[in-house]
Design a protein around this ligand. Structure first.
Ligand SMILES: NC(=O)c1ccc[n+]([C@@H]2O[C@H](COP(=O)([O-])OP(=O)(O)OC[C@H]3O[C@@H](n4cnc5c(N)ncnc54)[C@H](O)[C@@H]3O)[C@@H](O)[C@H]2O)c1
Length: 258
C-alpha cells in the first residue's frame, strides 16, 4: 500500500531538481503524477523514468505562466482521472541582480513564475478541489522568504509573497477541507544551485568552508531533492490532517545559525 494510492497530483517544475524528486516520491507512493515543465525534453524523460519504475505519469511541456494553457491541462487531467488531489506549485527561477542594476522586465519575469503562477496553479486546482471537498496545495517557497543575500530582491519578494498567499488560501479553503502549506528549502543541490557561470554553488570552496566546515549548515551538507520530497510527501499524505497555512523550513538547520 502506498501512502498516496489513488491520488492524482500535478507537479510544476517536474523536469529537474526538487520537482522531479517530488514526482518520483509521489509516484512511488502510488499517486498518478502529472508533470508540468517548460523543459519539454526534461519532463518527457522524468515521465519515462517514472513509468519504467512502474508508476503512472503524464507530462506536458508548458510555460506555467500561461493561464489558459495550464487551465486546459487541468481540465484534461480531470477528464482523464476524474479528480485532482494534490497541486504542487514548485517551478521557479532566479535572476541575479542588484536593485540598482536590475531591469523592470526581469523583476516581472521572476514575479510571474515564482508568485503569479503559484496564484494561478492554486486557483485552478482549488476550483476542482472545492467541488470534491478535499485537496492539498503545496508550494515551494524558500528560506529566502526570511533571509537574504544581495542580488535576489525579486526572488525574495516572490517567495515572501507565496507565504502570504499560502496563509490566506489556508483560511479561505479550510471549509472545503483543502489544506494549503509551503515548504521553505535551504541550499539544495539542483539546477538552481548553479550560479550564472555554471558552477554548482554547493561544490565551491567557499561554500564548503563556510557552510559545511564551519557548520553554518549544522547538518553539514547541502540538501538533496529527496530531502524536500519527503516533506512534500508528508504534506500530501493522510499523516498531515490538522496542519494548514504553515511554512516548513527544510534547510539542515541553516536558518538557525548566525
Ligand atoms: N535549489 C535550491 O537551493 C532552492 C532553495 C529554495 C527554494 N528552491 C525552490 O525550489 C523550486 C524548484 O527549484 P529547483 O531548485 O529544483 O531548481 P531547478 O532549476 O532544478 O528546477 C526548476 C524547474 O522549474 C522549471 N521552470 C522554470 N520556469 C518555468 C515556467 N515558466 N514554466 C514551466 N516550468 C518552469 C525549470 O525548467 C526547471 O525544470 C523553485 O521554486 C525554487 O525557487 C530551491
Amino acid at each position: 500500500m502506498g501512502r498516496l494510492d489513488g491520488r492524482v497530483a500535478i507537479i510544476t517544475g517536474a523536469a529537474s531538481g526538487i520537482g522531479r524528486g517530488i514526482a518520483q516520491e509521489y509516484a512511488q507512493e502510488g499517486a498518478a503524477v502529472i508533470l508540468l515543465d517548460r523543459n519539454k525534453k526534461g519532463v518527457q524523460q522524468a515521465r519515462t523514468e517514472i513509468e519504467a519504475a512502474g508508476g503512472t505519469a503524464r507530462h506536458f511541456g508548458v510555460d506555467i505562466t500561461r493561464y489558459a494553457q495550464v487551465r486546459r491541462i487541468r481540465d484534461a487531467v480531470v477528464k482523464e482521472f476524474g479528480r485532482l488531489d494534490v497541486m504542487v506549485n514548485n517551478a521557479g527561477i532566479v535572476i541575479y541582480d542588484t536593485l540598482l542594476d536590475s531591469r523592470l522586465e526581469d523583476w516581472r519575469k521572476v514575479i510571474a513564475v515564482d508568485l503569479e503562477a503559484v496564484y494561478m496553479g492554486s486557483k485552478l486546482a482549488a476550483e476542482v478541489m472545492a467541488r470534491q471537498n478535499s485537496g492539498r496545495i503545496i508550494s515551494t517557497a524558500s528560506i529566502q522568504a526570511f533571509m537574504t543575500t544581495s542580488r535576489v530582491g525579486a526572488y525574495n519578494a516572490a517567495k515572501a509573497g507565496v507565504l502570504g498567499l499560502t496563509k490566506c488560501m489556508a483560511v479561505e479553503l479550510a471549509p472545503y477541507h483543502i489544506l494549503v502549506n509551503a515548504i521553505c528549502p535551504g541550499a539544495i543541490k539542483t539546477g538552481m544551485s548553479r550560479m550564472p557561470d555554471g558552477t554548482d554553488e554547493t561544490e565551491t570552496k567557499e561554500f564548503k568552508e563556510l557552510y559545511l566546515k564551519r557548520r553554518r549548515i549544522p547538518l553539514g551538507r547541502a540538501g538533496l531533492p529527496r530531502d524536500i520530497a519527503g516533506t512534500a510527501l508528508f504534506l500530501a499524505s493522510d499523516d498531515c490532517r490538522y496542519m494548514t497555512g504553515q511554512m516548513l523550513i527544510v534547510d539542515g538547520g541553516y536558518s538557525l545559525t548566525l
